[in-house]
Structures are given as structure tokens and as C-alpha cells.
Design a protein around this ligand. Structure first.
Ligand SMILES: [Zn+2]
Length: 77
């Protein structure tokens, strides 16, 4: 087992020595879930809640592009 401190409550976490980068570990004390970002020494980081591949085509960018092209059309007329 590898010992690492929780980033939130600093509770010492015991992580499997077979853990890999990208694995998730949860603190038994505050229940916060972290992602393993480095090994030897083991480092954990906060989960990026914004990391959602489904949001790549956010409608906001499409709307911005439509407004820009509409403005260009008006200027041409
Ligand atoms: Zn904790």
C-alpha cells in the first residue's frame, strides 16, 4: 500500500501499490474522490468536474458564430 495525504482533509489514504495514473481514489474520511496523476511518488489531484467529452459541442460557441456571420451579412447589405 502507498500512503498519500488527502488534499481536502489531509487524512492519510492507503492506496493500492498497483494503482495506475488515472485511477480514482476516495478518501475514507471526507469521501472526496481524487484522481491519481503521478506515481513514484504518488500524487493525487482533484477530479476535474468540467472534463466532459459530451460538452465539446457546446451550443454557446455555435450561437456566437451565428451572430458574427449575421453581423457580416448586414454590413454587406
Ligand atoms: Zn479526505
Amino acid at each position: 500500500m502507498i500512503k498519500v495525504s488527502c488534499l481536502f482533509c489531509e487524512q492519510e489514504l492507503s492506496v493500492s501499490s498497483r494503482v495506475r495514473v488515472g485511477d480514482l481514489v476516495s478518501c475514507g474520511n471526507c469521501k472526496t474522490v481524487f484522481r491519481v496523476v503521478w506515481l513514484y511518488p504518488l500524487e493525487i489531484d482533484w477530479l476535474d468536474m468540467n472534463e466532459n467529452p459530451g460538452d465539446a459541442d457546446a451550443p454557446q460557441s455555435a450561437d456566437a458564430g451565428a451572430e458574427a456571420s449575421d453581423g457580416i451579412l448586414r454590413e454587406e447589405e
